[in-house]
Design a protein around this ligand. Sequence first.
Ligand SMILES: [Cu+2]
Length: 198
Amino acid sequence: MDQKVIAGVAIVILIAAIAGYYMMSSPAGETGGEEAGEETYIVIGYYWGFKIYDSNYNPVDKIMVKKGTTLKIIFLNARSFAEDFYGPLEEESKQRGVGGLDNGPLEQRIMEALENNQVDHGLQIIGYGVTVATNYRAFSGTAKTLQEFFQNEPQDAINQHTVVFKADKTGVFDFVCYVVCGYGHSFMNLKGALQVYE
Ligand SMILES: [Cu+2]
């Protein structure tokens, strides 16, 4: 009788210890901020600017990572999506202004860029030697959201627009466009888009 009770208590303690070990060990790696793991971001190039999203498709102002983090950046063209997606981004340009143009001429400049086939954008991270260009034709142009895009578009095409590199240099780095994309090309400059801390 006593031996059975002791054995039962021992099993309960063992199960509790194992559960405790997993509860303490697993979340630390995911949430710990101080661990230099791997992080994924999506960058959208549009007429005319860059927009950054985290891996949950939430917009963020900048990419902030600890030195040593492996960064995976997927660079996509807003025009590879449906108008539901690129429309609001181009509307942001209209609100913000591009090179001092107001709303009317901006529409016209976008039309001119499209007619001249200046549709694609390039992402260069100044100081990191990272470049990746879009190819808007590689995708169907039907996705209304990032969720739809990653569900429906071909993974091999997405892979071709993905760069992976180690953020091994601390500092503040800008995004600029390196593919001539029409009127607003030289205004595609996102200051401090990548910040790598010690
Ligand atoms: Cu450009």
